[in-house]
Design a protein around this ligand. Sequence first.
Ligand code: PXL
Length: 259
Amino acid sequence: MRAKALSVAGFDPSGGAGILADVRTFNRYGVYGAAVITAVTFQNTSGVEGVLPLSPEDVRHQMETLLRDMDFHSFKVGMLANAPIALVVSETLKEHGVKNLVLDPVIRSSSGATLLEGEGVDVMVETLFPISTVITPNVPEAEVLASLEIKGEEDMLRAARKVLDLGPKAVLVKGGHLKGDVYDVLVVRKPDGERVYRFRAERLKYDVHGTGCVLSSSIAALLALGYDVITAVSMAITDMRNALKERAVRVGKGRRVLF
Ligand code: PXL
């Protein structure tokens, strides 16, 4: 049977981020992709101009209809828009028995638009963190989630450990927003303690839209194919580095996207 993954995330019409990028990424790994939309965004490769969340009832309806029909080998949750949507996503995932959940805790776009508002962060932490296999915050998100300022690698590790205490099996803090060479830190909970892995890369000259969506979807695709978390994360990071060098294309007037 073919591996199948589900993305629950926002719609970015440019295709650089959100569910279009997620399903394209699943397909790259030979994984069938389905998607439930949480919100329509109004954006292009230069930035987000607006957000229209669906009603929580409509998000539930999409999920229940789909999950009655299809079994998924992994799930990726991205932009949740607000607290009521975060709650119905966690409820329906729990009702249907979630496994291999990659949560990209999207809070704000690079251009500054709010993608998870109000109590949304608290509801995401309380209801989705405990059922997540891996959470993939960038530095600004990790600062919010861990309530600390991140200036370097040791702060990233400290933040990753604080987020790990909120319930997921693993946390990957992505260091792309810091200056200099890029390093990502993965902390994994094991029965005999925790393991820490560090990934280092050279910084490229240009900024690319949608990398968070593509990385989290790559991890979800690899989990759907049966890889363990540590292997899935390290393969996804290697694939991301190659993609940034070889497949970062200009499709509009703003930032590049991965294709
Ligand atoms: O990269 C964060 C992100 C996630 N999901 C959607 C987005 C964005 C950023 O613009 O539009 C739908």
